[in-house]
Design a protein around this ligand. Structure first.
Ligand code: EPZ
Length: 443
């Protein structure tokens, strides 16, 4: 059983304090991708052998998904034999098929266990995910895909009960290229009888990484990274060792931090191809971004032009970078329009940026951002992990002191965000809420 934990409940009330005005100089190593490692850890359920996953970011969400798997019977070791950022998982003996309300409420990605449980045990009982700060986030497309594979779905007392004595391959068209639905259906289909075709599939790089992980266990998944994915079901899946791809959203967040704060920041361990939409928009704003060996360099004098932005499924501009760009455009020269097409309620950070002097007007699914001369430090609250990152980024350039609370959101998706920014010159600390000045180094 797992013994190590990096995130404790007391950390929930910590705050981040930033004093703006410091340019960023130096190098940051990007961690493994949160949105790749979560489905990959879940996919270990498909195998009865031991899976070794490396470059695992140190995130609260990783701990939660490991707890969910442990409840199902998985044997998990964090950092086995002292090797950092590694998870060893063996799911030979599964004795439970339920993801309870407590877990699903804590982290929506827990619903991803449905596909592997149906593939391994022929049944799954999952608490229906409620909404969250950024939207209702239904899972109707996941369930429609499972029904096409022969799964019987019933719902009662807030739980979804899914049963399928046999999973049979099918042709499935997704009404919307949902990342989670593509991943869940792919995992179920990998052990189904026959071939499954997913059309209008999500194309995110994290889905390609998941398919590479499944194939490394003996799976037969082709076409990921395009709109049509073909999965040939196999009898069983074996052991593997896999290294998670770098986090394109963490990297994008630091590119924006470097642009807004000014200076010269180098990011190592990035896959440049995954950042094309983000780099294109930074360059359109007049920010210098150059490709060097295995990294990206951002140089900035802290001045940039307004631009229009629309979030779209990959390879469009990522919704997970929308908040961070709003901070940047808040002090760009001119008027910008940001349109959020993926989630229906992902502008909560706009109110908080207004407290810092931003001139932002919400109009339905769009916001109009009038660039202002400066931002001023204020007490603000993170509503989700990307909003939290956006507020810290705004604090890097705001005049005076910015205090960001509810930073447990950040711990879910950023590995040592404060430590990394501090290491390149940001005037930033993380403090326990009860002790405003004592510096608490991040885990
Ligand atoms: C994944 O969420 C990511 N999370 C999100 O990252 C990311 O924002 C999102 O994909 C879009 O790229 C993980 O990978 C763990 P979706 P997911 O299913 O799978 C609607 C972050 O900040 N939809 O592609 O939940 C849904 O309501 C997080 O790292 C249905 O209508 O996203 C939303 O409007 C936030 N029915 C849209 O599709 C369904 O059955 C996109 O959802 C499924 C989704």
């Amino acid at each position: 059983m797992r013994k190590k934990r990096f995130f404790c409940p007391e950390g929930q009330a910590d705050k981040i304090i930033i004093y703006g005005g410091q340019p960023l100089q130096g190098k940051i190593a990007i961690s493994g991708a949160k949105n790749a490692v979560l489905p990959i850890i879940v996919a270990a359920l498909l195998s009865k052998e031991t899976c070794l996953i490396q470059d695992v970011p140190r995130l609260a969400d990783v701990e939660i998904i490991c707890d969910v798997l442990s409840e199902l019977g998985a044997k998990i070791k964090l950092d086995p034999n002292g090797s950092a950022h590694t998870v060893e998982i063996n799911c030979r003996d599964l004795h439970n098929y339920e993801a309870t309300y407590d877990y699903v409420k804590k982290m929506r990605a827990s619903v991803l266990v449905m596909g592997p449980l149906l593939a391994r045990l022929g049944k799954a009982k999952i608490s229906m995910p409620g909404g969250c700060a950024i939207g209702t986030r239904p899972i109707d497309l996941h369930l429609k895909g499972f029904e096409a594979l022969g799964v019987r779905i019933t719902m009662e007392h807030g739980y979804i009960l899914a049963e399928a004595p046999v999973l049979k391959g099918a042709r499935i068209y997704l009404d919307y290229p949902s990342v989670g639905a593509t991943e869940n259906i792919m995992m179920a289909a990998s052990l189904a009888q026959g071939t499954t075709i997913i059309e209008n599939a999500a194309e995110e790089p994290e889905i390609v990484d998941l398919a590479n992980f499944i194939n490394s266990m003996g799976g037969k998944v082709v076409g990921t990274g395009t709109k049509v994915i073909k999965i040939e079901g196999v009898e069983s899946l074996g052991a593997t060792s896999h290294t998670v791809i770098p986090d394109r959203i963490e990297a994008g967040s630091f590119l924006v931090a470097g642009a807004i704060a000014g200076g010269d920041l180098f990011l190592e361990n990035v896959i440049i191809d995954h950042l094309k939409p983000v780099v294109a928009k930074l360059r359109e704003a007049g920010v210098e971004v150059t490709e060097e060996d295995l990294g990206l360099r951002v140089r900035s004098e802290g001045k940039f032009q307004a631009l229009d932005l629309k979030t779209l499924p990959y390879p469009g501009f990522p919704t997970d970078m929308q908040a961070q760009f709003m901070s940047l455009l808040a002090i760009a020269q001119g008027t910008s329009i940001i349109t959020e097409t993926v989630f229906e309620n992902r502008f909560m950070h706009a109110e908080e940026l207004r407290r810092m002097g931003a001139d932002i007007r919400i109009e339905g699914r769009s916001v109009v951002v009038e660039g202002t001369e400066k931002l001023t430090g204020a007490q603000v609250k993170a509503s989700d992990l990307r909003a939290g990152a956006a507020l810290v980024i705004a604090g890097l350039v705001a005049e005076g002191e910015t205090i960001v609370s509810d930073i447990y959101h950040l711990d879910r998706g950023y590995d040592n965000f404060v430590t990394k920014l501090h290491s390149v010159g940001a005037n930033i600390i993380r403090v326990k809420s009860r002790d405003r000045l004592r510096l608490v180094s991040e885990v």
